[in-house]
Design a binder for this molecule. Sequence first.
Ligand code: AP5
Ligand code: ZN
Length: 213
Amino acid sequence: KRLILIGPPGSGKGTQSPVIKDEYCLCHLATGDMLRAAVAAKTPLGIKAKEAMDKGELVSDDLVVGIIDEALKKPSCQKGFILDGFPRTVVQAEKLDEMLQNRGTKVDKVLNFAIDDAILEERITGRWIHPASGRSYHTKFAPPKVPGIDDVTGEPLIQRKDDTAAVLKSRLESFHRQTEPVIDYYAKKNMVVNLPAEKPPQTVTSEVKKALS
Ligand code: AP5
Ligand code: ZN
């Protein structure tokens, strides 16, 4: 399966991805995770991306298209993939079509994590992540067994620098202005499945499985 996950910050893309990935043996490509790794490692890419990310703005289309083009070459992505957080602009969607066409393949479905903005601040400000794996927790909705510690590795959890109420506002603004048109782009091609992303994680998971069966 070749899937795109679209939704505002905190809508549950990163939470559902590992479940979908394991169920269908896909690779999980999250541009946000890849960019954060580049920022942490201070690579040239990371240095270019940091300023926009800290402000909650999108990094340039060329940068993320380059990352995805590279990542899609991985052997683990040949059977199928989950794109989490990409494409986020219509230009990125067009470039993706082109990249996949060149590889003789295409996207099967677009999962739209539909949710009201009002719910997202609590989700975002309560999130803790394990940066190496991308696993995320929530102080109220998905607490780790030991506060501040990753269940699997025992390593410390951190909060994302952009997970503040103030930066969330700008991330939501980018979503409505630049990413919602991407949903329309795929809706015109009848590829979009709407998920009730405000429901508990297990409910969202079963809706995903229904949509993909
Ligand atoms: P990115 O990392 O993609 O962030 P985002 O889109 O803002 O999405 P989030 O990771 O915040 O949300 P999520 O949907 O994954 O939520 P999660 O499942 O963790 O991008 C970061 C930045 O990188 C961008 O701002 C931009 O600068 C740059 N960037 C990335 N891609 C780009 C691109 N293509 N083009 C240009 N720039 C790009 O859940 C959130 C919390 O809620 C967790 O704590 C979780 O435990 C909890 N939770 C999840 N589901 C539920 C539920 N059903 N009920 C209750 N709690 C839940
Ligand atoms: Zn995410």
